[in-house]
Design a protein around this ligand. Structure first.
Ligand code: UDP
Length: 499
């Protein structure tokens, strides 16, 4: 055993929120805590656990003190089939609302568990804002897990506070985010609904999903899956103006998922490593830096009209690509456009379609991959940065438009495809379709031989090197994690002395 579990060992409970963009980085972080000598318990439901349990079992067999505590998801109570417990399974507005309701019903059993387990600290997702009060009642400190950037947290807070968009005559006019060290311009259309709309019944769902600053303010501090070199100005801005303790410990996915099998299986129903061989062979057959990876994350869906434009844009660009498409889009594609496109790509060998879920870490870290088209979800952004890849930015909703600004305007490692509308994945407003010519143009800038693309690639590689250094012993993220754990240990000791 590397770490004997003992009475004196720091016990930290993690409460992830069941959507891949929140759950994946929190599980990676929980594993990191365990690898640094902490006794870790992850509270989750059965279906969610099936996406990461193998990693936990393997860490446990290696001598780390980590386990999953399963609670029952109230499927029948909310009218859902068994196993539908994750927001990514919400294929309609109705199912989505039921999953949210099911998640909210977990509050009571989780509170009871806090009481039984009496951990030294609870690391909780920003969406579980109620945990802060539940923990406070038991005298347990909570660490807020913010699976997004410092940049976007500052933007959300500053726009919510100063409302620079309120006096604009149109939603398409630009405003500047106040108080930022860089001039960041955007339109109200690009901000999330909850920032725009007043509290009406119609906006209830959006408002429920809005980050709860209040609970963050009452937490002991916030953990960021970020690193110093990536957004140092905003890390500083956050610390000096928002005044909440924070620790940057990213990129966590690179820190704990080192071998191909871990990379392939991370975040999805785990299976035997092997199916990826065909994909790896395809990638191996391509020259270095020649393949563009196209993915819009785990929640976003695009319209059929947009799918057609993407397909033509990629094909017309002439560059190699891997594109992750939802199986449901194929099922709904009555004319067989996607089927024909896949066949054509197989013949020409220019493109490789992955249905539903891609082994993203494996693809990003392959030497043939040279760039990504991304919806700018924070995890995909960090994973691409870590792989040293420049990006075509195609934000869709939530914080993604802020992440685009960081990538394009601050770090200068992204080309914007020109996305205009921040809409939740259920898409209740008319979609603005990005045309094939615009897509092909962005691909040419990113993957072609022009100076702009070359400079972007150089900057991205440099940032990728910094990402790798920061998690090595002595690096900033490494030190931050060690320092946080030490601080929590001191808290535990002083609490014991006082009782
Ligand atoms: N992911 C993956 N394969 C997929 C889609 C997503 O591995 O086909 C992972 C991705 O690597 C990232 C997470 O799921 O870790 C998605 O989080 P992100 O913040 O990028 O976007 P979201 O899905 O929350 O919109």
């Amino acid at each position: 055993m590397k770490f004997q579990q003992s009475h004196h060992q720091l016990h930290v409970v993690f409460v992830p929120y069941p959507t891949p963009g929140h759950m994946i980085p929190m599980i990676d972080t929980a594993r990191l805590f365990a690898k640094h000598g902490v006794n870790v318990t992850i509270i989750t439901t059965h279906a969610s656990a099936s996406t990461f349990q193998k990693s936990i079992d393997s860490d446990f067999s290696s001598g780390y003190s980590i386990k999953t505590h399963l609670i029952h998801f109230p499927s029948s109570q909310v009218g859902l089939p068994n196993g539908v417990e994750n927001l990514k399974d919400g294929t309609s507005r109705e199912i989505f609302a039921k999953i949210c309701r099911g998640i909210s019903l977990l509050q009571e059993p989780i509170e009871l568990l806090f009481h039984d387990l009496q951990p030294d600290c609870i690391v909780t997702d920003l969406m579980h804002d109620w945990t802060v009060d539940a923990a406070a009642k038991l005298g347990i400190p909570t660490i807020h897990y913010y699976s997004a950037s410092y940049f976007s947290n500052c933007a959300f807070r500053y726009i919510a506070k100063y409302r620079p968009h309120d006096d604009l005559v149109s939603d398409t006019h630009k405003f500047t985010i106040p108080g930022f060290p860089h001039t960041i311009e955007m339109t109200p259309l690009q901000t999330p609904d909850w920032l725009k709309v007043k509290n009406t019944a119609n906006s209830k769902l959006f408002l429920d999903l809005a980050p709860t600053f209040e609970s963050e303010d009452r937490s002991y501090g916030t953990l960021y899956n970020s690193f110093h070199e990536l957004e140092s100005d905003y890390e500083k801005l956050n610390k000096t103006t928002i005044g909440i303790k924070s620790w940057s410990v990213g990129p966590v996915s690179a820190w704990v998922n080192k071998d191909d099998e871990r990379k392939a299986n991370r975040g999805h129903m785990e299976k035997k490593f092997g199916k990826e061989k065909e994909l790896l062979n395809w990638l191996d057959s391509k020259p270095n830096d020649s393949v563009l990876y196209v993915s819009f994350g785990s929640l976003s869906r695009v319209s059929h009209a947009q799918i057609v434009e993407i397909a033509h844009g990629l094909e017309n660009s002439g560059h190699n690509f891997i594109w992750v498409v939802r199986e449901k889009d194929k099922e709904e594609d009555k004319e067989g456009f996607l089927h024909d496109f896949e066949e054509r790509m197989k013949e020409s060998n220019q493109g490789y379609i992955i249905w539903n879920w891609a082994p993203q870490l494996l693809i990003l870290d392959h030497p043939s991959t040279g760039g990504i088209v991304t919806h700018c979800g924070w995890n995909s952004t960090l994973e691409s940065v870590n792989a040293g890849l420049p990006m075509i930015t195609w934000p869709m909703f939530a914080d993604q438009f802020f992440n685009e600004k960081l990538l394009v305007d601050v770090l200068k490692i992204g080309v914007s495809v020109g996305s205009k509308l921040n809409k939740f994945w259920l898409g209740i407003v008319e979609e603005i379709v990005v045309k094939r010519e615009e897509i092909a143009k962005a691909v040419e800038i990113l993957m072609g031989n022009d100076q702009e693309g070359k400079e972007m690639r150089t900057r991205a590689k440099k940032l990728g090197d910094a990402a790798k250094r920061t998690i090595e012993e002595g690096g900033d993220s490494y030190n931050n994690l060690v320092q946080l754990i030490d601080e929590l240990k001191s808290l535990k000791i002083s609490k014991a002395l006082c009782s």
